[in-house]
Design a protein around this ligand. Sequence first.
Ligand SMILES: [Zn+2]
Length: 250
Amino acid sequence: MTAWLDAPLTTLSLHDLDFSRERPPGSSRTSLRPAVFLDKDGTLVVPDDATIHDPSRLRLMPGAGEALARLSAAGLTLVLVTNESGIARGAFTRVQFARLQGALLRRLKDEFGVVLADVAVCPHAPDVQGRPACLCRKPAPGMLTRAARAHGLDLARSWMVGDLLDDVEAGHRAGATGLLLDTGGETVWRRSPLREPAGVFSDWPSLADHLLREAASGSAPMSTPMDDVPGDPSRLPATIASLAPAQAQA
Ligand SMILES: [Zn+2]
């Protein structure tokens, strides 16, 4: 069992995991907006440990900037959700990460006119077996559910895009649709219903085409709210009790 499963409710509120209980003031179901949640390394940027010390070395994944510009123009809210356990491990500081984040946001704005609605960071380390020890580290859904509450996002009409099955699982646990951008980051391929991508793409242009088609169709994508899908084993309620051990990442 992980710490975030065992923790008493007095310190870890399950409300953090239940996006249906809280909505921004004045919001209704229909006013909630669809979003695309984005992983960072291997999805938005080329993984490179040196960038934390020299943000000028930051390189976007091929086609990522152009794709985000298309998604943004279509009215989709973009939120970065990133595991940064290097902060907890002392590999780099919050200030260093903030510098890198600033460089990334400037690149997206200056070169592609893209503005992210939020950047959610999990600074925590996993437990010794590589599983989340907090509510936010992917594959836990905390960063997505928190951003949804903060920005009025409709998780059931949103997607999580990442290069790891942990990203897919986090998306599904949040009640969104998990898509895999298979850029070579995933090497373990530990499977479970929650880790089964609703789509697998090898490049950003085809992924963006898919997202724009789904968004234009107006219907909910593969995902529906997790409390009204009885009988479909691929959409099991994302209770934290069913969380399988996660692989260490980042
Ligand atoms: Zn965390």
